[in-house]
Design a protein around this ligand. Structure first.
Ligand SMILES: [Zn+2]
Length: 105
């Protein structure tokens, strides 16, 4: 029931030290590292949201999308330390990019 697999390559994961990415977007290290550039981190996931646990009492079904700022000229939403580029083929999903310090690994 709790078996998970890499979102990108489907390799089985134990949700332990072999598991990276976000809780709802698990990835193996190879895929995760492949998405990480030298100075930025990029991943595919849900649009800006939070979890309102008062809706269902659990994380499942609790997703509430957050209001987005004005869209940038390149189509991205600038959310401070990260940007979000919506996927035109998958409403509610898109590509995140986070600026992080070099040498974080
Ligand atoms: Zn993988």
């Amino acid at each position: 029931m709790n078996e998970i697999a890499c979102t990108l390559c489907d390799v089985p994961l134990r949700n332990a030290t072999d598991t990276f990415g976000e809780w709802n977007y698990p990835m193996c290290w190879d895929c995760y590292a492949g998405l990480v550039g030298e100075n930025e981190e990029t991943w595919y996931g849900l649009a800006p949201h939070h979890h309102d646990l008062t809706i269902t009492g659990s994380v499942i079904g609790s997703t509430v999308f957050d209001p987005l700022p004005e869209r940038g000229v390149n189509g991205e939403y600038d959310l401070g330390d990260r940007t979000f580029m919506p996927d035109p083929e998958a409403p509610g999903c898109g590509v995140w990019t986070r600026k992080i310090m070099a040498g974080w690994r």
